[in-house]
Design a protein around this ligand. Structure first.
Ligand code: SF4
Ligand code: SF4
Ligand code: SF4
Ligand code: FES
Length: 377
């Protein structure tokens, strides 16, 4: 092992590639360092400090997500000072805003008042909509802290609910900046930014207007990136809990890119869609159709049997009956008016294989080149 490419983490030596951060080396070697603001494939900001580690000889703890590994570094990822720092950061974050999950003290009056206030703000008597699926809550359990050490601070911004897809709840925003990076660096939509200053800091769109009045295209990348309950899908909020669903991996059916996604299924119904972060080609990103356009799956308007129109009315038919009718009609048209009197339009909403078959059928059976596809436009 070349010494100039060697770093020691928790007493074990590991090699690193030039430019790799301490966090990347640790994760590659299955050493868990918690993160909040770190977003894969975005520039590290070092904003939250929860990933702090102790490096021998350094004057203070260093953010592992933003510190390059260097030769002969001696790193501790769970030393006493690291754990104390993480406890403090978690306590500060929990005490700022409506963090009403089971991580505050449970036996003082302040707790009751706090819960009542949050229930009013949320218009729900349930605990936080992302309870059980929140990085801050996980940290609270991991480091055994609650939000009662510091006086709770009230949120100054109201919830934004005026679009069909995303609820922005600033009372639970920890200002990690992941949404901003997801929007600007991953999706490159540039719809949201940090606004105002100091204690007034807020994530804003279009000079602090609702998302629907901004450049937002509702891809939902920011929702998937948000580590807490500040950005939640409207149809999911307080309606779907992760332990009620099973995840089924599949390929998006909307276009030929082939984005990998998880269908979250409850009682045989799709109730949420998320991107598969570890798989090509999309690595977790989706567009508005792939992420939010899943209602059609369970729509009662979907056709389940072929319909034949007779005397202005549709009637149900068997596949054999419907296919015989189409074949007969196409044959008649071809005979009477020639092959080029027929055109075939296919769709991006079917598979490549189905489009290939349509192409073959058009050119080899119908004997015309009149075939086109909506994705070409
Ligand atoms: S956002 Fe996380 S930490 Fe805050 S209340 Fe919800 S579950 Fe708890
Ligand atoms: S939904 Fe997409 S475009 Fe809109 S703010 Fe979030 S990441 Fe940006
Ligand atoms: S909305 Fe979520 S992702 Fe964005 S800064 Fe707040 S906590 Fe972080
Ligand atoms: S995760 Fe490293 S500073 Fe936030």
């Amino acid at each position: 092992m070349a010494a100039e490419n060697s770093i020691t983490i928790n007493g074990n030596a590991f090699t690193f590639e030039p430019g790799e951060t301490i966090l990347e080396v640790a994760r590659r070697n299955s050493i868990d360092i918690p993160t909040l603001c770190h977003l894969k494939d975005a520039l590290p900001t070092g904003a939250c400090r929860i990933c702090a580690v102790e490096v021998k000889g350094a004057r203070s703890l260093l953010p592992s997500c933003a510190t390059p590994a260097a030769a002969s570094m001696d790193v501790q990822t769970e030393s006493t000072s690291v754990v104390l720092a993480r406890k403090m950061i978690t306590q500060l974050l929990l005490s700022s805003g409506n963090h009403n999950c089971a991580v505050r003290g449970s036996d003082d009056r302040d707790w009751t008042q706090f819960q009542l206030q949050v229930a009013q703000d949320d218009a729900s008597d349930e605990l936080c909509p992302v309870w059980g699926d929140c990085r801050l809550q996980s940290l609270a359990y991991r480091y055994q802290v609650s939000g009662e050490r510091f006086m709770a601070t009230r949120t100054r911004y109201p919830m934004e609910t005026v679009n069909p897809f995303i609820v922005r709840d600033f009372s639970r925003c920890i200002q990690c900046g992941r949404c901003v990076q997801a929007c600007n660096e991953i999706q490159v939509n540039n719809a949201i930014h940090f606004g105002y200053r100091g204690a007034s800091t807020k994530i804003i769109a279009a000079g602090d207007r609702p998302l629907k009045d901004s450049d937002c295209v509702f891809c939902g990348e920011c929702v998937q990136a948000c580590p807490v309950g500040a950005l939640v899908e409207k149809d999911v909020r307080y309606k779907v809990r992760p332990w009620e669903t099973t995840k089924v991996r599949t390929t998006c059916s909307y276009c030929g890119v082939g984005c990998q996604l998880y269908l979250h299924v409850r009682e045989n119904r799709v109730v949420q869609v998320t991107g598969v972060e570890e798989a090509a080609p999309n690595f977790g990103s989706l567009c508005v159709k792939g992420r939010f356009g899943y209602d059609f799956v369970n729509s009662p308007d979907r056709l389940t049997v072929p319909l034949i129109k007779e005397n202005g009315q549709h009637r149900e038919a068997t596949w054999d009956e419907a296919l015989d009718l189409v074949a007969r009609k196409l044959g008649q048209i071809k005979e009477q008016h020639g092959s080029d009197s027929i055109g075939v339009l296919t769709s991006a909403r079917v598979t490549n294989e189905e489009n290939y078959i349509a192409n073959k059928f058009t050119r080899a059976v119908l004997k015309t080149n009149n075939i086109d596809h909506c994705a070409r436009l």
